[in-house]
Design a protein. Structure first.
Length: 260
């Protein structure tokens, strides 16, 4: 595999799950990487070692909590210190909150979700895309969800954040259509990652259901981004959900999506 050492990918939420598998896709194709996570350096350094073994000619690590208001600017400053303008920006980091909105969930958790899933995505894109436009090239991937297409009771704030990401990605994709910069929304179905544990959903109906392989989801997103597609739904079976959502009454769709 020829090295693409002059093109780096910035991947957030890259230590595990879909984010790590996306980073592996870049490594497999010989791209350099800047991998980002909020965890302690141990898991991120382990991921970086595996990515180098997979073929990445260069792997930089940045530990930053993007759910903090200053987090995105700290990441941008760290990338500037590294001295590169990424060719690829992968806004993948995200969290969920599970439970009855009125009686169970905490505002502090929902605010953190909004900060990470919404504000950080917009801020990072705002920080990096002008230079991409000036250069005339760049690809942006935003990990949304099939939850973006329908309300999800007991995950109401999460599904709303994913709907925002999808609408944001589609909107700026159109705005950037004549610049050489593309934007792709990745819309995965439930995937076998740590998401359900972190959201406290292990014992829920959705948490117990069979889930997609994160490597398959990442490959679908990576391929769609490289082709400049505006969005991709993965796995293929999830496309049926979008068809049903379009024709069924919203109240019925919400009931079917209820996660308890």
């Amino acid at each position: 595999m020829a090295e693409n050492s002059d093109t780096l990918a910035l991947v957030t939420g890259a230590s595990t799950g879909i984010g790590f598998e996306l980073a592996r896709c870049f490594a497999d194709d010989g791209h350099g990487l800047i991998v980002v996570a909020e965890e302690e350096e141990g898991p991120l350094l382990e991921a970086a070692t595996m990515l180098r073994q997979a073929g990445a000619p260069r792997v930089e690590t940045v530990v930053v909590d993007l759910s903090r208001p200053e987090g995105p600017d700290e990441l941008h400053a760290a990338v500037q210190r590294i001295g590169v303008l990424p060719e690829f920006l992968v806004n993948n980091a995200g969290i969920g909150v599970y439970g009855d909105f009125a009686r169970e969930t905490r505002w502090e958790d929902e605010l953190r979700l909004i900060q990470l899933n919404v504000v950080a995505v917009v801020r990072l894109t705002k920080l990096f895309v002008p230079a991409m436009v000036e250069r005339g090239s760049g690809r942006i991937l935003i990990t949304s969800s099939v939850a973006a297409i329908a309300p999800s009771p007991l995950q109401s704030v999460y599904s709303a954040s994913k709907a925002f990401e999808y609408a944001f990605a589609e909107g700026i994709a159109n705005e950037l259509s004549d610049t050489g910069v593309t934007v792709t929304a990745l819309m995965p179905d439930a995937t076998e990652t740590e998401f359900f544990i972190r959201a406290g959903m292990e014992d829920s109906k959705l948490g117990q259901a069979s889930k997609a392989d994160p490597a398959d989801i990442a490959r679908a997103g990576y391929d769609a981004m490289m082709k400049g597609k505006d969005h991709v739904i993965a796995p293929f079976t999830a496309k049926l959900k979008t068809v049903l959502t379009a024709v069924l009454p919203e109240r019925m769709v919400a009931g079917m999506a209820r996660a308890d």
